[in-house]
Design a protein around this ligand. Structure first.
Ligand SMILES: [Zn+2]
Length: 325
C-alpha cells in the first residue's frame, strides 16, 4: 500500500497550508510534477509582495537534497513568520510594496519521500547543470560530481538534458528573477562541517566571480549589523569545487540577460556535524547526519537563521547603503 504523498512528506502539506492560512498574502503555483514508484508530487513555487518583477527580489530555495529536510523546515518557518507578521504589521506591508520574495521550498520532493540525497533517477540536482569545474582547483574525487553511476552519490546525470527538477528551477528563476536588477538568492542545505557556512560563487572555480566586490560589501554590512553572527562567509571553492553547480549556471544565465543587474546567489550550508557529535546515535539513522533530532536543538536551528534571512530581505531593498556607486 502506498501512503498519501502528504503523509510521507509532511513538508509538502506545510507548504500548501501557507497558501490556505495566508490567502491574499502569498501566491502558490504548481510549477511542475515528478513521478516515481506510484507517487506523483508537485514542485510548488511561492510569491510574496509586489507583482512588479523589476523590484528587488529575494529568492529562497530548499530541499534540493532530499535528506536535508531541515533546510526546508527553516525556510518554511521563516515564511510562516513573515506571513504572519504581514497579516498585522503595516510597516512590513508597506515594505513589501517595494520588494518581493519568491521561493521553491521543496525542489526534490521524491528524494525527500524516499530519503535520498538525489532525485528518483539517482541524479544529484546540485551537480546536474552543464557547468564544468575548472582544472587546477580543489575538486574531490566523486564528491565534486561523477558520471560513473546513479548508484553512487553525486551522479551528474546528463547535464545537457537536465532533470525536471533542475529545469523547473532554471525556468522559475528566468521568469521570476531575471527582470530585477537587484536579486539575492539563498539555497538551504545541511551536512558539511561543524560551522554554518554561507557560500558565494563560484563552485566551479577558485577565481573571483564578477560580483565578488558586491558580496564583500554585503558581508561587511552584515558583520557590522550582527557582530556576533555565527556564519563563515566564503567563496564556495575554498571548501571544495563542484561540477554542474546549479547556482553557477543560473548566475551565468542571469548576467547574460541582465548586464546591469546585481545577482548574488548564496548557499547556506548548515554544519550538521556538531549535531551528530553532540548526539552520536543520530549517525545511525538515514537522515540523522543532516538534521537535528533533539527537540531543543531543532528549535534552536529554527530560530538561528531568522535574522540572516530578514537581513538579506532588507539589505536587498536598501541596496544603496552598500552597493558601489
Ligand atoms: Zn545539500
Amino acid at each position: 500500500m502506498t501512503l498519501p504523498a502528504r503523509q510521507i512528506i509532511p513538508e509538502l502539506f506545510e507548504v500548501e497550508k501557507l497558501a490556505q492560512d495566508f490567502k491574499g498574502l502569498v501566491h502558490l503555483e504548481k510549477l511542475s510534477e515528478v513521478s516515481a514508484r506510484g507517487y506523483t508530487m508537485p514542485l510548488h513555487g511561492l510569491r510574496i509582495g509586489t507583482e512588479d518583477k523589476t523590484k528587488p527580489t529575494l529568492a529562497l530555495f530548499g530541499g534540493v537534497h532530499g535528506l536535508e529536510r531541515v533546510g526546508t523546515h527553516v525556510l518554511v518557518s521563516f515564511l510562516q513568520h513573515i506571513l504572519y507578521r504581514l497579516s498585522w504589521d503595516k510597516e512590513l506591508q508597506e515594505l513589501f510594496q517595494h520588494c518581493r520574495i519568491v521561493s521553491i521550498p521543496i525542489i526534490n520532493p521524491l528524494g525527500m519521500a524516499f530519503n535520498k540525497r538525489s532525485n528518483a533517477n539517482g541524479v544529484d540536482l546540485m551537480r546536474n547543470s552543464p557547468v564544468e569545474a575548472e582544472k587546477g582547483g580543489k575538486t574531490i574525487a566523486l564528491v565534486s560530481g561523477q558520471t560513473i553511476s546513479p548508484r553512487i552519490p553525486w551522479f551528474r546525470g546528463n547535464p545537457n538534458q537536465p532533470e525536471i527538477e533542475t529545469q523547473t528551477v532554471v525556468d522559475f528563476c528566468q521568469r521570476e528573477l531575471f527582470e530585477s536588477e537587484q536579486v539575492i538568492s539563498l539555497d538551504f542545505h545541511s551536512g558539511f562541517g561543524l560551522r554554518d557556512r554561507l557560500w558565494y560563487p563560484w563552485a566551479k572555480s577558485p577565481k573571483p566571480f564578477p560580483h565578488e566586490t558586491d558580496i564583500l560589501r554585503l558581508k561587511n554590512l552584515f558583520d557590522k549589523t550582527y557582530p556576533y553572527h555565527v556564519y563563515i562567509i566564503e567563496h564556495q571553492a575554498d571548501s571544495y569545487m563542484t561540477h554542474g553547480d546549479l547556482w553557477d549556471h543560473i548566475y551565468q544565465k542571469y548576467t547574460e540577460k541582465n548586464k546591469n543587474g546585481v545577482y548574488l546567489p548564496l548557499t547556506l550550508e548548515m554544519g550538521s556535524w556538531l549535531w551528530v557529535r553532540k548526539n552520536p546515535l543520530q549517525a545511525f539513522s538515514a537522515t540523522g547526519y543532516f538534521n537535528p533530532v533533539k527537540k531543543h536543538r531543532y528549535s534552536r536551528v529554527m530560530r538561528r537563521h531568522l535574522n540572516l534571512i530578514e537581513f538579506l530581505l532588507r539589505a536587498n531593498l536598501n541596496n544603496q547603503a552598500w552597493l558601489k556607486t
